[in-house]
Ligand binder design. Sequence first.
Ligand code: KG4
Ligand code: ZN
Length: 350
Amino acid sequence: MNGPLVLGVETSCDETSVAVLDGEHRILGHVILSQDVHEVYGGVVPELAARQHLAHLDRVVDRALDDAGVGLDAIDAVAATAGPGLVGALLVGVGWARAAARALGVPFVPVHHMEAHLFAPSLESTEAEPPFVALLVSGGHTLLLYVSEWGRYELLGETRDDAAGEAFDKVAKLLGLPYPGGRPLSDLAQSGDPTAFRLPRPMLRRDQRPGTPAWYDMSFSGLKTAVLLALRELEAEGEFEARRADLAASFEAAVVDVLVSKTLRAVEERGCRRVLMGGGVSANRRLRAEMAVRLGDGGRVIVSSPRLAMDNGAMVARAGRFHLDRGSGARAEPHARPDLPFPGLRRAAD
Ligand code: KG4
Ligand code: ZN
């Protein structure tokens, strides 16, 4: 095996995940344990998330190492998500990773969770190399970036309120679907008519102009309210069950329309027809399909498999390896920080 073996630890939310990457970024072992305890509460309970990470992290590490066929003493660096995320959950992963790195006498590399999502597609595709326009859509963030090279991230736009995944989760809850709701909502939408309800496309207007924040920024909380109002009408008419799938499909179509339209503005402006998508929502079938169709011939959508689009340790190890090679890991703050700044990110106007 050539190059350093990197162990990646992800505990920022409700997945306990660990991976071993070899020198060529190949995944040798990878375990993703999704905590199902939150389902009965309809959302992640931070205290429970931290306790679950603590209860299972050792086993998850052991399994990942077993699958890789190596012992902990073969590891050359330990990377862990240091933020953003739930502080108690982050502390478990960072605490474990720092202690392990110290005991092994190897570097500890703190990783930004959204930068890790950005690296995820590169684990499966050699095409996932800058330059590209990046759309990062998760439960906590919605970011539109232009990436000219790894480590240089230009922030074009972001959500002003709810993240795209958060909107999926909240609307799914309104529709009586389990948590996390993105996948179940998308499954329900398959049998619905996406044109059945005229839902708003927030922050997407013809009078917006390039160079203003509104051009790229997004908003999803008003859309959730529009769904709620439509749902109340359906309930009053006794039509809720019959039209639930139509409402799900119309909501999904509205979110996807906003995400794709904003991304295409960046594609046109930057003259770059390569779009990389990351984060849990990038697993959405409608988003993938519509992005590809509207990008058209000559365009390229770069996404990972659904397994690597969700929170996972492999993407953390990959981003950690980047900073290890650059020597920037040692300079990063080695503590869990729910508000960790995205390294290398600057606003387009700065
Ligand atoms: O990146 P991720 O695994 O965790 C965070 O960093 O938040 O993203 C989780 C989010 C959840 O909101 C979940 O509902 C959403 O991704 N999601 C989806 C789909 N699969 C997961 N949203 C829409 N369609 C999907 N197929
Ligand atoms: Zn995530």
